[in-house]
Design a binder for this molecule. Structure first.
Ligand SMILES: [Zn+2]
Length: 410
């Protein structure tokens, strides 16, 4: 399985599939079409059935049931795009066999070194086969490792018909990194009872709770007058904006919170005397507290409207996604099966709330409850991204085991 994983993974990461939030199309970039079409061909080659790609680039395929039992159809999803934070052009994966636990020279000429001093978790990979970047790009393990693992699990099950399973659906999707992932995903066509994204990080990660998320854009209008004759006339929008921001609880910010603690995050602050714009994101796992955070912003804005005129302070508040836990907890057995699958492979499940969202956050609200499992990668979205092939094997086995257990329990 090892060489099969390496071969698939390295061929996928060489296709530049960075998504682009300024593009209106779906997928947002041509490179994603290239990889999606490659995957269509490969799904057919390994013997998957009902292989389709729709006008928005969503690839779906079926592994038919080989059991008499009435087993719920489960889905596995991975996204093909890579992050916008760092370049994904000319990815040149490096294979480190039998990693010694020390420094890894990613790029001799550019002096890019990955050391256990900066990345203490590297020590856990002693003896593993790692795949790293050459120090000039991201790797794209997020989420091509997931694509690789799902594809390899399907190929394995097709070669091993003695393993009984229900119907399995797989999907490869575009544009997760720009938040659009499932926007055009045809849940009805997918026809799965529930699904798993294989889009997590280190070994054992199992996630079924995400943030509730909203954005808040505040516009403050001022009045600019020559400073020499400004007395009682000038209204400086930046000062109002600073005052407004200071009303938010200073400790409830990303840099002061973790675990289940939510926050207000000031993403950008752009202004001059005449006009200032504040961009926030609001996050909380708890729905009531999430609502209360939005109300807090509304109340502050209303207070400022009272003071400066309702035309001069504007608020645009938009929900982005919700905590998938709310949709998954009623069907907790799908998380339990994933946990049991990991334990049966001697993997210690690490169940933590995601401080962000996944495609599953949206899919779960579209009627497809979708927890997330690990891929084996670390340091996503940058040049220090790497993945352990040993843990890719474990992720692939976890997918297979989830499929087995779902049949056994039916
Ligand atoms: Zn991802």
């Amino acid at each position: 399985m090892k060489n099969e994983l390496i071969e698939r993974f390295t061929s996928y990461v060489k296709v530049d599939t960075q998504s682009d939030e300024n593009s209106e199309t779906c997928p947002s970039t041509e490179g994603q079409w290239t990889l999606l079409h490659m995957l269509v061909d490969e799904l057919k080659t390994i013997g998957m059935e009902e292989v389709t790609i729709d006008e928005n680039g969503y690839v779906m395929a079926t592994l038919p049931s080989n059991t008499e039992k009435d087993v719920p159809t489960i889905g596995f999803l991975a996204h093909v795009d890579t992050a916008t934070d760092f370049t994904g052009t000319n990815v040149n994966p490096q294979i480190v066999e039998n990693y010694d636990g020390g420094e890894i020279k990613l790029n001799e000429a550019l002096k890019v070194v990955m050391s256990p001093t900066d990345f203490p978790s590297l020590k856990e990979y002693k003896g593993h086969t790692l795949i790293t970047t050459d120090g000039t790009t991201l790797l794209g393990a997020d989420n091509k490792a997931g694509v690789t693992e799902i594809m390899t699990a399907m190929a394995y099950l097709i070669k091993h018909p003695e393993i009984k399973h229900g119907k399995v659906r797989v999907a490869f999707t575009p544009d997760e990194e720009i938040g659009r992932g499932p926007h055009k995903f045809d849940v009805a066509a997918f026809q799965a009872n529930h699904a798993y994204t294989v889009d997590g990080g280190p070994l054992g990660e199992l996630e079924y709770e995400s943030f509730n998320a909203a954005s808040a854009k505040i516009t403050v209008k001022g009045t600019n007058i020559h400073p020499g004759s400004a007395k009682d006339k000038m209204v400086n929008s930046m000062k109002i904006a600073m005052d407004l921001h200071s009303k938010l609880p200073a400790q409830e910010a990303p840099e002061h919170t973790d675990g289940y603690e939510g926050f207000y995050h000031l993403l950008s602050f752009n202004g001059d005397v005449e006009l200032t714009k504040l961009n926030y994101i609001i996050r909380d796992h708890n729905k009531e507290i999430f609502q209360a955070r939005k109300t807090t912003i509304e109340n502050i804005v209303n207070e400022f409207k009272g003071q400066y005129g309702s035309d001069n302070i504007l608020l645009e508040l938009n929900d982005q996604y919700y905590n998938m836990g709310e949709k998954i907890k009623p069907v907790m057995e799908i998380v339990d099966i994933a946990q049991e699958a990991m334990e049966s492979l001697d993997i210690k499940p690490i169940i933590k709330p995601i401080r962000g969202g996944t495609d599953g956050s949206q899919l779960s609200y579209m009627g497809l409850p979708t927890p997330n499992i690990f891929t084996g990668g670390e340091n996503f979205h940058g040049k220090y991204e790497f993945i352990s092939v040993d843990n890719m094997i474990k992720a692939t086995q976890t997918v297979i085991e989830i499929i087995k257990l779902t049949e056994q329990k039916a």
